[in-house]
Design a protein around this ligand. Structure first.
Ligand code: ASP
Ligand code: MG
Length: 408
């Protein structure tokens, strides 16, 4: 019998009625002849509530205790769903992370799964029972409870699917799939029937928050087909899988945007080796992640400008660091802007087609949108624009690439 891992997110188990509904869905899949492993999140809002409790006592709660606390949300839902399954006459058994044999490293709050000792779950499946596993948690080699980072239940599900060689890992959520862009911004946005791991990684990290990024990385690494589906509406959802030659390939699969960006530039730096390292080294010492990086060629005065983007929350500190760096490098000064947004087009199809960038820049130009920075990778082109153009820019790109149209 084919094994399927089904993961239900926080809104899907947000109330007793919804847990009952999930029980019905699990049984439906079971009746279709599948073996099922269920992975659950905590009830929606619960993890936030627990974090607030801890912070109300201490602004930097001890990470070990933090993990003990926030992992409790999932323990509630796995027990309730198991009880709901019992009430329907099915054998179900709940497992916390350690009971399920999910071993992790010791980095509290964002631990990585290192190994799964799946004997108990294996036995359940062999006996026709339904294991219900708490997402988002594991145990380190010293026996401490760990958690996998916000949204980590997705990663638990994918890891179990990989360990048990499941046919598919189904992620049930409150949207019915991955969209060409956010439908709240572009009402014509369409559900993508299929995307590649690579595309999903770009779309996920660019702000389409359907899946935890780590889960997508994991799925790609172990080749686990993942399907994003709605708990509340029937439908095929979006399949995330490897690129295969028979796949009907659109040039661009989706438009992602990120409004939490800020841009900084050190101007008029004497052109010399080691400058980039000097600037970015100072920034990373403050634990600030840098995203886009652009350096221009030296002008007539033999100086360069060096720009990069950071998360908007990091802007004030990054600006301070750069002011010091600028003096040390004998540069002309620092300018910054935290009212910017990043728009990106993503698609494996663009690998083999020239002219995608031209289409993108033409569409933005005709819309009167000025491009401040550009960066490209094999399957992505990103631009930084003024934040006020986020909506109109996303819309015009969506239509320039025909994403509102039915796929052939
Ligand atoms: N409950 C955890 C969170 O809210 C994990 C998850 O839901 O995936 O981040
Ligand atoms: Mg989630």
């Amino acid at each position: 019998m084919a094994l399927i891992v089904q993961k239900y997110g926080g809104t899907s188990v947000g109330s007793l009625e919804r847990i009952q509904h999930v029980a019905d869905k699990v049984i439906q899949a079971k009746q279709q002849g599948h073996d099922i492993i269920v992975v659950l999140s905590a009830m929606t809002g619960e993890t936030d509530r627990l974090i607030q409790l801890a912070r109300a006592i201490h602004d930097q709660p001890n990470p070990r205790e933090y993990d003990v606390l926030v992992s409790t949300g999932e323990q509630v839902t796995i027990a309730l769903l198991s009880i709901a399954l019992h009430a329907r006459g099915y054998h179900a058994r709940s497992y916390t992370g350690w009971q399920a044999g999910i071993e992790t490293c010791s980095t509290h709050k964002r631990a990585r799964i290192t190994k799964i000792n799946g004997q108990a779950i294996q036995d359940d499946i062999a006996n026709g029972h339904i294991p219900v596993v708490a997402g988002f948690q594991g145990i380190d080699s010293s026996g401490n409870i760990t958690t996998l980072g916000r949204g980590g239940s997705d990663t638990t599900a994918v890891a179990l699917a990989a360990a048990f060689k499941a046919k598919e890992c189904q992620i049930f959520t409150d949207v019915d799939g991955v969209y060409t862009t956010d439908p709240r911004i572009v009402p014509e946005a369409r559900r993508l029937p299929i995307v590649t791991f690579e595309e999903m990684l770009e779309l996920a990290s660019l702000g389409a928050k359907v899946l935890q990024i780590r889960a997508v990385e994991f799925a790609g690494k172990y080749n686990v087909p993942v399907r994003v589906l709605s708990t509340f509406n029937e439908g095929p959802g979006t399949l995330i899988t490897f690129e295969d030659s028979s796949m009907e390939q659109a040039l661009v699969s989706g438009i992602a945007f990120d409004r939490n960006q800020a841009k900084l530039t050190v101007c008029g730096i004497p052109d010399a080796p080691g400058v980039a390292k000097y600037i970015l080294g100072a920034v990373s010492e403050k634990n600030i992640d840098v995203d886009m990086i652009v350096q221009n060629v030296p002008g007539v005065d033999q100086t360069i400008d060096f720009s990069f983007t950071v998360h908007r929350d990091d802007y004030p500190i990054a600006l301070e660091v750069l002011k010091e760096v600028s003096t040390q490098l004998n540069a002309k000064g620092v300018v910054g802007d935290d009212k910017i947004a990043k728009l990106s087009i993503v698609g494996v199809g663009m690998r083999s087609h020239a002219g995608v960038a031209t289409t993108m820049f033409k569409a933005l130009g005709e819309e009167g949108i000025n491009i401040q920075l550009i960066s490209t990778s094999e399957i992505k082109i990103s631009v930084v624009v003024n934040e006020k153009h986020l909506e109109s820019g996303t819309r015009c790109l969506h239509s320039a690439f025909g994403l509102h149209l039915e796929h052939p």
